[in-house]
Design a protein around this ligand. Sequence first.
Ligand code: ATR
Length: 289
Amino acid sequence: MKELWSDIPTNGDSMLLAVIGDPIRHSKSPAMHNAALAALGIEGEYWPLHVVRDDLGHAINQIKKLGFRGINVTIPHKIEVMAYLDIIDDSAHIIGAVNTIVNNNGVLTGYNTDGIGYVRSLKDEAMADLCGKRIMVLGAGGAARGIIHALSQEDPETLIIANRSEDKAIQMENEWKSLVSIRGISMDKVSSYLPDMDVIINTTSVGMYPHISAVPIDPDGIPSGIVVSDLIYNPLNTELLKRSQDRGCIIHGGLGMFVNQGAYALEYWTGVPAPVEVMRQAVLDSLQS
Ligand code: ATR
């Protein structure tokens, strides 16, 4: 892992890419993007860069100075990084977070590919058309914001946002209701809404490694045959997904979102279609190693 900026080569021919975050050691993005660059025949390298909060401004300066073409931004910098950018794409502005930066000759533009990556994956892998569907989103944090914005572009019949702290769910309802039919509820009220849902999406961290037996809602109330999706990709099949599959549901894990947020980012940097299957395989290999 590179922590010293002096380690990074500065020859102008190679496409320099990186992910900045804290922690960063376990990121699967370098394996995924380096495999993609190789498959596309693009000379370049994608580095994991450990950047702590206090160093964010310095890191952005270095990125410009060294001529990085693109950066992914992960926890905890997705909001704070916006202060250092020259242009913020409209949807990233509405979502309030940036996970991808494009550097055009020193002009930095911020995008958010998390939500669109998620929806591309949900449509490819589980439900091709979300128009007219009733969708429940569990959680009202940063991940939910990107997803709600991307879902609002798909013309669903309604979005139900269920959150442990009800006030955050209601705040989301108020913020987004001009864009889409949306209702914020507390997690306790989920059971009365479940029978009407076509899709349930878990955006909370409940069920993530190492707490792999936890579930965000009681799976016994999930209607048989609907789509149940979980953003978590470690483990690949969460307890929520396993229990939903037992109930005859179509299940969708978080790997596809991770791969597709990366695919959109790579497409912004390179201008060519991303090799999605190569990227997926690289992440799977890296999860198993
Ligand atoms: P992220 O960017 O991953 O969405 P976040 O902004 O911290 O992270 O949001 C985490 C979400 O998971 C929140 O909706 C949180 O609920 P609260 O707003 O009530 O805190 C939810 N969450 C986290 N742990 C949870 C738990 N143990 N049970 C239920 N919800 C939980």
